[in-house]
Write a protein of this length. Structure first.
Length: 351
């Protein structure tokens, strides 16, 4: 059994990690870390997890290196940067779910994460990306950084165009909509129920740091390019799930059938990305409700002939494929386990 530690165990992503790790056939939950809720057990922190594991939340010290084979950091970016500096090279694998090491370019990192000081040498050592695109590099990697939930959806939506077809995408505009769990458990006035219920909140209408990491990653992918990527993000009145709509403006003609075939080819060997037709079900897809509780990302590509654009829709559960599920998928790749191990759950709908 591979011994797993979860830091940030009292948060939403931390709770999902506990849920997934304890159901995994090859993983053993060996450590729960955090700076708050010290001494509390998982069942006290997460009402859905009535587990007696003999574990409680502890402070993170260097001694954790003797207790785990992989440490999952579901912590704020400044905390992840600090812990990575403390524990790198002491643990076989550290997987970071925060933004501390997502953007490799120092100037771009400082722009979007000005309060996150990190070791420059570590930033170059982290393997960043979704398992579908960099899974081979995750094998035996000591340091892994996972994309944010929006970035995961956008990257999986655009990769067949750039990395697959080798297209140079001049301008890409992204519209993102996410449920309230994307903001974590921080108490903010705008998130109070009387203000949030029924609202569509434009909380980042002119830029989002997840778009910056997508541009930074796909810009060094070796095939294709993105000239400019901009994003607007909205909070919608649901708890889980997100949808990204990426609009790609091209001058040259595009064939809808070839686009569909290109996406099917690109993800043929990747079971967690489901390429779908918009009208294939009773409810138009991709729909975040159709992936809730699962590690799937549903992707649809369409050509808007009159508008001169490609429209790419991607939907996922932000707490699973956008966070904890993707982390378990990365652990599977890191330790040469079947990629679907512990992640075979089907979506729950309606939710």
């Amino acid at each position: 059994m591979i011994r797993v530690g979860v830091v940030g165990a009292s948060g939403l992503a931390g709770g999902e990690l506990i849920r997934l790790v304890t159901q995994h056939p090859d993983l053993e939950l060996a450590f729960l870390g955090g700076s708050s809720n010290i001494g509390r057990r998982p069942a006290e922190l997460h009402p859905g997890l009535r587990l007696e594991l003999g574990l409680a939340v502890e402070p993170v010290t260097e001694d954790v290196a003797d207790r785990v084979d992989v440490l999952l950091l579901a912590t704020p970016a400044p905390v992840s940067a600090e812990l990575a500096g403390l524990l790198a090279d002491r643990i076989p694998a550290v997987v970071d779910l925060s933004g501390a090491f997502r953007i490799r370019t120092p100037e771009l990192h400082d722009r979007w994460y000005p309060k996150v000081a990190r070791r420059t040498d570590l930033a170059d050592r982290f393997v960043y990306g979704v398992p579908e695109l960099v899974g081979d590099r995750m094998a035996d990697a000591a340091l892994i950084s996972l994309p944010g939930c929006y970035a995961t959806a956008i990257t999986l939506g655009l990769a067949p165009l750039t990395l697959g077809l080798g297209l140079d995408l001049g301008t890409v505009v992204v519209d993102g909509k996410s449920g309230s769990s994307g903001g974590g458990l921080q108490l903010r006035t705008a998130d109070l129920h009387p203000l949030r219920a029924g609202a569509i909140a434009p909380y980042a209408p002119v830029g989002h740091r997840h778009a910056a990491e997508v541009g930074d990653f796909l810009g060094r992918g070796g095939r294709g390019s993105i000239g400019r990527l901009s994003m607007s993000a909205y909070g919608v009145p649901q708890v889980r799930g997100l949808l990204t709509s990426s609009y790609v403006f091209l001058d040259e003609p595009v064939d809808q059938r070839e686009l569909q075939r290109a996406y099917l080819r690109f993800y043929k060997e990747h079971r967690f990305v489901r390429v779908r037709r918009h009208t294939e079900t009773l409810v138009p897809v991709p729909d975040p409700q159709a992936v809730l509780g699962s590690n799937y990302c549903d992707v649809t590509v369409m050509h808007d002939e009159e508008g001169g654009r490609i429209v790419v829709l991607a939907a996922l559960d932000n707490l699973v494929k956008g966070a904890a599920g993707q982390a378990v998928q990365a652990v599977n790749r890191r330790f040469a386990l079947p990629e679907e191990a512990g992640l075979s759950m089907l979506p729950v709908m309606p939710a």
